[in-house]
Design a protein around this ligand. Sequence first.
Ligand code: FAD
Length: 1002
Amino acid sequence: MPSDPPLAEFTAAYAPDDAALAAELLVTAALPPDREARIDPLATELITAIRGSEHGLGGVEAMLREFALSTKEGLALMVLAEALLRVPDAATADAFIEDKLGQGDFAHHRIKSDAVLVNASAWALGLSARLVHAGETPQGTLAALTKRIGAPPVRAATRHAMRLIGNHFVLGETIEAVLARAQAQAREGSRYSYDMLGEGARTAEDAERYYQSYADAITAIGRSAGNAALPARPGISVKLSALHPRFEAISRDRVMRELTPRLLELARLAKHHDLAFTVDAEEADRLELSLEVFAACFADASLKGWDGYGLAVQAYQKRAAAVIDHVAELAGALDRRMMLRLVKGAYWDTEIKRAQERGLADYPVFTRKPMTDLNYLHCARRLLTLRPRLFPQFASHNALTVATILAEAGNCDGYEFQRLHGMGEALYAQLLAEHPQTVCRIYAPVGGHRDLLAYLVRRLLENGANSSFVAQAGDDSVPIDELLARPAALIGNAENARNPAIPLPRDLYQPQRLNSRGVELGDRSALAALLGEIEDARRTLPTLASATPEQAAAAVRAARNGFESWSRTSADHHAGILRRAGDLLEQRRAAFIALLQDEGGKTLDDGVAEVREAIDYCRYYASEGRRLFGEPLELPGPTGERNTLALRGRGVFVAISPWNFPLAIFLGQITAALMAGNAVVAKPAEQTPVIAEVAVRLLHEAGLPREALQLLQGDSRIGAALVEQPDIAGVVFTGSTEVARAINRTLADKDGPIVPLIAETGGINAMIVDATALPEQVADDVIASAFRSAGQRCSALRLLCVQDDVADRVIAMIAGAARELKIGDPRDPATHVGPVIDAEAKARLDAHITKMKREAQLHFAGTAPTGGNYVAPHIFELRRASQLTEEVFGPILHVVRYKAAEFDDLLDDIAATGYALTLGVQSRIDDTIARVVARLPTGNVYVNRNIIGAVVGVQPFGGSGLSGTGPKAGGPHYLPRFALEQTVSINTAAAGGNAALLTGQN
Ligand SMILES: Cc1cc2nc3c(=O)[nH]c(=O)nc-3n(C[C@H](O)[C@H](O)[C@H](O)COP(=O)(O)OP(=O)(O)OC[C@H]3O[C@@H](n4cnc5c(N)ncnc54)[C@H](O)[C@@H]3O)c2cc1C
């Protein structure tokens, strides 16, 4: 749908500096004195109404007051609410209830609110909790409970309470029921915007189902909409993430091609009924794409003459004002009107976490609440001046925000307020009574209980924080004056705009080290810049000759000489070289990503992550090395004696690394050995020699003496020749269990000192999913764990174990999500799954697929491009976990079902594989998680998340059993394994007597 003339692109900076923004906002914050004077009385009136009315705090607010998020009960209730209604089997539901109720003091919970709803839940939970005696083990409690009264009454009471709560916050389960309920209130003048609940689509079927439910809802709303004209007509809110299974920046072309026409069809239908139609605001990394889809659809000539098309904008985002200007310009260019809902934003904690994980330069959202409020008012003023081109819709439950907007707007109209169903009732009742010219639209969620509680939990999280207005208004001990403090006054000056307790992502690990720099793929300009740099850096790969066994012997001799001088230089010196290497890697990341793509078949995402990991190794080992090797450790002892313990290098370490992390593992091994004072002979995998060559050059450029590090190219024969050398002091190896065993045998056969081996091998990594887990989250985490990097990670998921009560739905969702992956050229940023490393690997994997097709049930077989070493993702269901006897290093996922009652057998089966590298648990039951962790000695356990991408210093990596010797790479125990220990005891009394003691006596 090309528009003519082409629409302007949204180009605002993704995460600008807070202080610069604050300086601008502070200057424009003040209202003329007459308007300013109106705010306090009005806001006071609203707060008094909220606090005074008998049911002032209805709905969510009452819940919050009763079970604040800061209490154990609040958290337990929230988790219980979120998951209980999707648990189909009684046993899991009971275990879950008991687990959560055991965490709080529900039995002694004093009921403060008289709201029927809160009483019901407190009663039900209190009743249940009183049955769980303190000090009993969960299993014991459940047994005792069941014996005395049976678990069903507890379950029934709790479910009933949850349903009551749900009914209160959601207008109804179907659009028809909701419209009937809304009609009564609509007669009193309320406007509605309906929202179809649900998590985003993971599969094409999900997207189709959401599309259909939006289309049906629009038709139903349209039929009952009456005769009023816009804006006084009802509306609908749609989420773009519900309409497409890969609504993400890297899939931009596909999204534009597939999602835009779908959105347009819905918009046309809404136009047909002359409804309000709002595109909800989602996560910051989707903003640019949302705007593009939004604009392309809006520009379509078929929507001309309709004023109901609209967008939600989040004021916690630093780009909010730029978004408003952008859409106003768009509306101007097309000479049309649209609606704009201003919200503060619902995903703040997620945004902060994501920016930290991705190592961004700054946050896309503000980090102080008054900055969000200040920006909201700034945007509100902008919107009011942009009328009638834009119809402002102010969504807030904050009395001060509402009062300020009313003072700003004066008595004019051409805008509306909005609130969520179940929230802000008293506030808006008072406002509408005192200011009858104002209008408030209610955002009304529609959906079944399963989806409703996830929505409720989001609302609780968003409004339960201490900083939230709703939480403060609900707390009578907070003086009204405090609630009237203006955001500009709270900020004071621009230097205070940032929250000092939230470090920039780069400083997350300070003072120890800098975090490695990442990239936001949802930031179009950052992505384009990186892609440009990668293309500029791309070179034809040279062919490198393999070394000979004689050269292996010579390399060890040369390194032995190098060791003499390297081991005598200080830890500070070693650390300085490592830090410089980290900085150089960061400067040249584009060149390394190009190499990783061309030689290692890595996608853009994987390339970025791998360079970051390599940088983190350099910085982490530098900082650990200074701590451990800097000054000797002083030990306690008798007077007249000094005892110290120091670490020093062992000699020449042989480092043998794999092709799947040709930069990160290669450099991780080398930098650890060097930092510990050893010289190194490194042999990279024969599939990825060029990356190794360039990385070694970089280390030398950073100041590493040539003789301290020898690089030897070649295949396993060269590795074997190195391990056989008599004069080596240690081997660090990452690769298969089989080769690790061979190395171990060679070392054991030698005479002379026993040579240590640090081996990190593979795993049959499992993920356990019980009935309390959220299927959408499971789908995301399984797809990433099993198929990212084409499954070629030691940590990748091989065996998914799903409770059989939910298995059909979970497996279908995972298969549907796998179908949406793009398999192809790793240099294309839209690719999710690249090739496997070589033809040999492909042949092995293809053979396994053929075998599995005979022996297991096929749930999904993807389609790979022809030519090249592509293997499409596959999903097979096995009868038992024990059918999988070896690590299958590719994008092939095996699934088994387990019965809740046979959970221990499942754990035994996993233990019986003998591997113990990574393990995932998806459950809301803490006791289940504790049981798994206690039973299985797996090196890296991940709970309710994916199981790959261990971060250096955060999730030290490595396993036990058949998975390796330990210690964990990127962890605090790694460097000492490369070193010798030496104690020095000095009798200080021998020379000159015990002066210290004598002085002390005096
Ligand atoms: C009709 C309606 C539609 C909505 N649609 C959307 C939507 O499409 N997308 C969406 O994201 N949300 C949406 N929301 C949710 C909305 O974002 C929240 O309800 C809103 O943030 C609460 O704001 P408030 O003024 O009522 O509360 P307040 O308590 O005054 O403000 C809470 C806001 O402050 C932010 N905040 C808290 N701590 C900090 C901090 N340290 N630094 C910076 N900011 C902080 C919170 O994240 C939140 O945004 C909608 C809400 C309504 C009423």
